[in-house]
Each structure stands twice: as structure tokens, then as C-alpha cells.
Design a protein around this ligand. Sequence first.
Ligand code: GTP
Ligand code: MG
Length: 369
Amino acid sequence: MTPNRTSRWFGSPPKIDAATVRSNEIDKQLTKERVTIRSRRFLPLFGAPGAGRSTFLRQAKLHGSGYNAQEREELGISIQTSMISTLRLILGSASISDDPAVQLALSSQEDQLILADTIQQLLAVPLMKGVIEASPQFQTDSSLQYMMGLIPRIITSRYTPTDIDLLRCKFPPAPPIVEIPFNPPGPWNGSPRQTTLVSVRRDIGLQRKWLTLFGEAEAIIFLVDLSRYDQTECFSETEEELNCIRAAMREFESICNVPFMYFDSAASALFRISSHIVVFNKFDLFTEKLTRIPFTACFPDYTGPNEPAAAVEYCTQRFQALYGVFGVRQRNIRTWCTNCLDVDQMGVTLQEIMQSIFRRRLHVVREAW
Ligand SMILES: Nc1nc2c(ncn2[C@@H]2O[C@H](COP(=O)(O)OP(=O)(O)OP(=O)(O)O)[C@@H](O)[C@H]2O)c(=O)[nH]1
Ligand SMILES: [Mg+2]
């Protein structure tokens, strides 16, 4: 075997594992982005997949600048595209996929003008109704169920989604980082520096590492899907199977106790004064489920009444208790219970959240003087 010159002369290059390579890549990306975004105010929005980040963002947009006609048209196209890919997925995996009608429907070309036609063709496959009814995806995914009810409207070529459609429909996967202006009506809107809500997908890498981007984060919003209190998930950082609320607590802990060595000094100072908001989402589903499944499914040591308010109070205390590592100054978290599908309730909640951030902003300015 020919000796390896590099290793004979300079020694073997140090072994770098995949995690380090990925971490270095994130660092490089962060350095690039840091310069452009330092001048803005951010509200990072975290949460496990499916906790409701996208729905929360859409509510924030609805209650802020709203969606204009062009945005609605584009989102209508996204809804139609999402419907087509779901129908195709279900047809392709069903045992009827060698039926000639299915083959034709699966092979049809689509462009934006013929989306409605494509959906009609797919729905016209003779066994489609049965396949949909038997599909676990359609049975368990409330967004898909909602879209089934929308079919007569979705299959028109000039379909324009309503506010409720925008909240309830399934969309193609969002990019890893999505940002929108956060400007629910109020006195804070006169500020020349707009607040931007930034949603960071969990699988982009360690969410807490992305947090270092948000030096000017005035608050961190952490979304928890409360209705999954009786379920488990694979916690990505340690690959452990954990109860979903406990997994959310772990993640919250790692985010709010992020070591300050991750920040430069200015960012660190700002992060110290940001407030932490925990939004217990899917409160509607949680309340309903609690009548069937006791809260002790999540916390076996819970001895309080099996009622939503008491259970949320207990959760709040558990989240509050997670502070304290790495010298973070003790402070109170703020919590809200939400149903992200409820437009009126979210209007009030978003205003309250902004109000609490605004008050803190004034308080911080006063302290600085
Ligand atoms: N009943 C109920 N459903 C909700 C609520 N919030 C979100 N959903 C539904 O939960 C599902 C997931 O919500 P998304 O907003 O897509 O969640 P996400 O966090 O963006 O999920 P990923 O992008 O997949 O990580 C959707 O079907 C929503 O309609 C809520 O408060 N109550
Ligand atoms: Mg999403």
C-alpha cells in the first residue's frame, strides 16, 4: 500500500465528527446573518414540531397588517398544491395504485392554472372516496378534514382563502426560519424599529444556538402543545423517548438557560433583560381531553384537581422552576393559554403579549436612566 504522504509528514488530520461539522456550519451561517439583523427587534418563537408555530404566525399576521389580495391568492395556490400532494400520496400508497384511472391522475402535469383541474381529476378516481375514508392521515389530521369540507371552493380556479381557511388548512412545509412583522394594534406601533416575530424550526439545529442571533430579542415566545400531555415523543437532542410536556420543559430549560459564552457581550446584556413567555397552546383540545385522561398521565406526582386551570397553574410552576443555571437572573415567566384557531381570542392574547413586552421595554428604559 502506498504510504499516505500527508499523514506521514504532517500527522493525521484531527478527526472531526459529523456533529462538530454541523455545529461549525451553523456558526458560519450565524456570523453572516448577525451583521444584518442586529439593528432590529426580534421575538423568537420556539416550539416542538406541530405545537402550532405556523398557526400562531398566521394569527399574528391576520391581527397585524393582515393578508392582501395578492398574498391570499398565493396562499390559495399553496392550499391547492398541498391538497394535490396529499391526494397523490394517499393514492400512490393505496393498493389501487395500478388502476389505470389512478395512473392517469398521478401522472397529470400541473401548473398553477390547472391546479383545480388536477384536484378534480384526482377526486374523480372511482375508489377515491373509500381510500380517503380509510386513510389514517385524513382521519387524524384536522387540517385535512377541514380541507375536505372546502373541496367545492378549492376546485374553483379563482379560489381565495378566507381568514379561517388560512388558519385551518394544511400548507406545504414552511422554510426552517420564517419571519413576519409583529404589530398588533396599540401604542407600540409608532416605534421606528419594528418588532419581528421569527419562527425557528426545531430540526434546523440546536434552537438555542440560533438564539444567539437574537441579541435584541425582547422576549422569547415558547409554544407548548398542552394537548399532548399524555403522549410521548423522541426528544431529538438526546434521542430519548419522553413525555411531550417534559420534552418541552427540557427544551425550554436549554433555551432560557443558554450559556452566555454563546453571546457577544452586547447580546448577552440584552438577552438578560428579555422576558420569557410560555404559550400553552391547543387549550381547547387539552380541556376536552382532561375529561377523559387524568393529568397525572403527565405528572404522576400531581395531586391537585383534574381541572384545566389547576393543571395549567401546576405546569406554570414547573416551567418557572427551570430557571437558574448559568447565573440567569431569577425572573417570572409569563404564560397564556391559547386556542390558535380562535381569531377573536388570539386577537386579545396577541395584544396582551405585546402590551407586556411594551411595559417591560419602558421599564428597562427607565432603569437605564
Ligand atoms: N384544536 C386546535 N388545533 C390547533 C391549535 N393550534 C394549532 N392547531 C392545529 O395543529 C396542527 C399543527 O399546527 P401548525 O401551526 O402547523 O404547527 P407547527 O408548529 O407549525 O408544525 P410544524 O411546522 O410541522 O413544525 C394544525 O392542524 C393546526 O390547525 C389549537 O390551539 N387548537
Ligand atoms: Mg409550521
